[in-house]
Design a protein around this ligand. Structure first.
Ligand SMILES: Cc1ncc(COP(=O)(O)O)c(C=O)c1O
Length: 368
């Protein structure tokens, strides 16, 4: 049997007619960047998240960078974030001119250990960037408490978590801004790059709309130096179709997670935790296994594709050497980097494929 990590073609074929019609309609409209279709998607996503505004941008990375800028983060500032994330979380802080200040993770959820945030806040801190990793929201209660006390912006990196909820609130709707990625492998993926910011702060929304078009208002009159970061209308047309299927796909992902949880019972595999009050959309299903790299290689030979999110935490990346972190400083993240293994979890995965994945993992551990 062959089990791909993700099968985007299979998903396309399941909604082919709707997608093809939407794409052809958009191509025939003569409108290709921003415009009415993007505005419709912005409204739909904002409503879906329970936020007042949606601002379409070129990628999830830009959603973070523009949010930082819109919240006034710049030279000499510090932003507290998780060391266990995709590079963009810290890269955008750096590119905004600020310093990322890393906190370790809670080993069960892989999300930032919120008990460590307060100690990291200094007079230079401007914002907290919680990352909602693998489809589950970080513990936003303590994040918001610290932010309100210290007067900080909260930029939610919800790139992996469209539709996840924390205490009934959608990912991205709790902080100052919520940032989404429509990179094709994401649970709400476009057919190219794309991103969106949601916010209920009208002043921040206005700044974001300005920043994505080089800071111009009106055209050719630049109030600030901004970016070229616009969402394509074609991607918005595709996403409007996919958004109608998102909740059903998320439910399938949760069902697949429940099946894995059950099938792994009694094995050495540590399955991911979902914290009380959270509903995960399982953008990834990340387990911990002994001798991870050997297990991964064995699975590859058995036809099962897996991935490692992430082999090196951000505080140990070469480009951040000057921040002064060393091995041992954030031990939970370093341990997770050595043990974590993401298994296929996409909505179209069959029960037989999951059984095969689980029996192959058990065999791999025995052989390793
Ligand atoms: C946690 C996280 N933040 C940010 C991003 C950046 O999104 P994009 O690839 O759309 O720039 C991603 C996705 O790659 C991500 O997983």
């Amino acid at each position: 049997m062959r089990v791909q990590f993700l099968d985007l073609r299979q998903q396309y074929l399941s909604i082919k007619q709707e997608i093809d019609e939407a794409v052809l309609r958009q191509v025939g409209s003569g409108n290709y960047i921003l415009g009415e279709t993007v505005a419709r998607l912005e409204k739909r996503i904002a409503e879906y998240c329970g936020a007042a505004h949606g601002i379409g941008v070129a990628s999830g990375t830009d959603a973070l960078l523009l949010s930082l800028k819109a919240c006034g983060v710049g030279q000499g500032d510090e932003v507290v974030t998780s060391t266990y994330s995709f590079f963009a979380s810290a890269g955008t802080i750096w590119n905004a001119g600020a310093r990322p200040v890393f906190v370790d993770i809670d080993p069960g959820t892989f999300n930032l250990d919120v008990s460590q945030i307060r100690d990291k806040v200094t007079r230079r801190t401007k914002a907290i960037m919680p990352v909602h990793l693998f489809g589950q929201c970080a513990a936003m209660g303590p994040v918001m408490d610290v932010a309100v006390e210290a007067g900080l912006a909260v930029i939610e990196d919800a790139a992996q978590s469209v539709g996840a909820t924390w205490r009934g609130k959608k990912a991205g709707s709790v902080g100052t801004t919520g940032c989404f990625s429509f990179y094709p492998t994401k649970n709400l993926g476009a057919y190219g790059d794309g991103g969106m910011i949601v916010t209920s702060d009208s002043a921040v929304a206005d700044r974001l709309r300005l920043l994505r078009v080089h800071g111009a208002k009106p055209k050719y009159y630049h109030k600030v130096v901004g970016f070229n970061s616009r969402l394509d209308a074609l991607q918005a047309a595709i996403l409007l179709v996919k958004l109608n299927h998102l909740d059903a796909w998320s439910e399938r992902r949760r069902e697949n997670a429940r099946v894995y949880d059950r099938l792994f019972r009694g094995s050495e595999v540590v399955v991911p935790e979902v914290s009380e009050g959270n509903v995960s959309i399982f953008n990834q299903y990340v387990v911990r296994v002994p001798k991870r790299d050997a297990v991964k290689d064995f699975l590859k030979k058995k036809g099962v594709d897996t991935d490692v999110y992430y082999p090196l935490p951000l505080h140990l990346q070469e480009c951040f050497q000057e921040l002064g972190y060393a091995r041992g400083h954030l031990p939970n993240s370093e341990k997770a980097a050595a043990e974590s293994l993401a298994l296929p979890i996409y909505p179209e995965l069959t029960f037989e494929q999951q059984e095969y994945v689980v029996s192959s993992v058990r065999e791999a551990i025995a052989a390793a």
